[in-house]
Design a binder for this molecule. Structure first.
Ligand SMILES: NC(=O)c1ccc[n+]([C@@H]2O[C@H](COP(=O)([O-])OP(=O)(O)OC[C@H]3O[C@@H](n4cnc5c(N)ncnc54)[C@H](O)[C@@H]3O)[C@@H](O)[C@H]2O)c1
Length: 335
């Protein structure tokens, strides 16, 4: 199989490529990534020597380049991770999110359609954020109406709608996965968990938005990668699959867990002005993935967060330069 992975130098994409090649060593993976501030080619240094792994620096919005790659490799699988992914940045520059997330997806879909002879599956990596915000009860199912509330989630929802349209109109073989918050190694240090870990390392306060009672549903990134591979291989064409691990936590609980693991002081938590339009709660119902494809996460949160803290402590040379690149000035949350 020839597989196009876009955004493969980011957090989830780089974990996915390493996981995928370990499971399918006979396949060829082409990683198309624009290397924005969030892309880091060092994430893949353990596999860059492999003859069946190729990195191409470029944008998913570059129609010529994308079509060249499709013509050259005749891809069987396309997995689109490439995105602007940070909610706070989407509040500052919404247009960039439309360009990358909507127009970029449109470019990939057009190329996939043109080169559909070999294509077995186009998989769009989406997010639970397209469903909007929940109250204290209820869960997002695949039938929950899309109700995005930030420019980030609106652009991801727009991309999902295009993918659905290419299935309905052109019969393009597609799937969409919508996952909850990921955590684990190679997570950019502007995101909540690595951000808090790095602040503890530096002996700083731990800024938390609002009252800290916003709830996210956390899944280890390698469990997400397993779910993506499962959907790629076995997902029914045209279907959407929610991905989650029944693991809701408030931001306060996340902060206290890191404080406990790193032997820090709870008094260091500092509540700061809330994010604009801050979604209160996300919670995924992954029943369809579990019952139809047999998905079960391997990580417990306690084990996953412990290993993640250890990874950041052992890999300061990875995240320290990224802090400067991102000009981190304030608490950044989530995805
Ligand atoms: N992080 C999460 O918790 C989470 C949860 C659910 C879904 N998702 C989705 O998963 C995908 C990956 O998320 P992530 O956290 O790894 O993001 P990330 O920001 O870490 O990585 C995004 C990658 O895309 C690349 N990229 C950006 N614009 C590009 C373009 N125009 N062309 C090619 N490459 C480009 C960046 O260089 C980077 O390597 C996103 O689509 C996101 O919406 C993320």
């Amino acid at each position: 199989m020839n597989v196009l992975v876009t955004g493969g130098a980011g957090f989830i994409g780089s974990n996915f490529i390493q996981y995928y090649l370990s499971q399918h060593p006979e396949d060829v993976v082409v990683n198309l990534d624009a290397l924005t501030y969030a892309g880091n080619i060092n994430n893949l240094k353990d596999i860059e020597h492999l003859s069946n792994y190729h990195f191409v620096k470029g944008s998913i919005t570059d129609d010529t380049l994308v079509n060249q790659l499709f013509a050259q490799y005749q891809f069987e699988y396309v997995v689109n991770f490439a995105a602007e992914s940070h909610v706070d940045r989407s509040i500052v520059n919404p247009h960039l999110f439309v360009e990358t997330n909507v127009l970029g997806t449109s470019t990939l879909l057009n190329a996939a359609l043109k080169h559909r002879a070999t294509l077995k599956k186009y998989l769009q990596i989406s997010t639970d954020e397209v469903y909007g915000s929940l109250g204290q009860t209820g869960f997002f199912t695949e039938n929950t109406p899309l109700d995005p509330r930030s420019p980030y989630s609106a652009s991801k929802a727009g991309a999902d709608m295009l993918v659905k349209a290419y299935y309905e109109t052109f019969d393009l073989p597609v799937n969409i996965t919508r996952c909850s918050n990921n955590y684990g190694p190679y997570h950019f240090p502007e995101k909540l968990i690595p951000f808090l870990i790095s602040r503890v390392v530096d002996g700083l306060t731990l800024p938390i938005y609002g009252d800290g009672e916003n709830i996210r549903d956390w899944l280890h990134v390698l469990d997400h990668c397993r779910a993506i591979d499962l959907v790629l291989q076995q997902g029914e064409i045209g279907e959407v699959y929610n991905v989650g691990g029944h693991n809701e936590r408030t931001n306060n609980q996340i902060a206290h867990k890191i404080i406990d693991l790193m032997d820090y002081h709870p008094s260091k938590i500092e509540y700061v002005q809330d994010r604009l339009g801050h979604d209160r709660r996300y919670a995924i119902d992954p029943t369809k993935l579990e019952t139809e494809l047999g998905f079960k996460p391997l990580y417990t949160f306690d084990q996953g967060i412990k290993e993640t803290v250890e990874w950041y402590l052992n890999n300061e040379d990875w995240w320290r330069p990224l802090q400067e690149r991102a000009q981190l000035k304030r608490v950044e949350e989530n995805k």
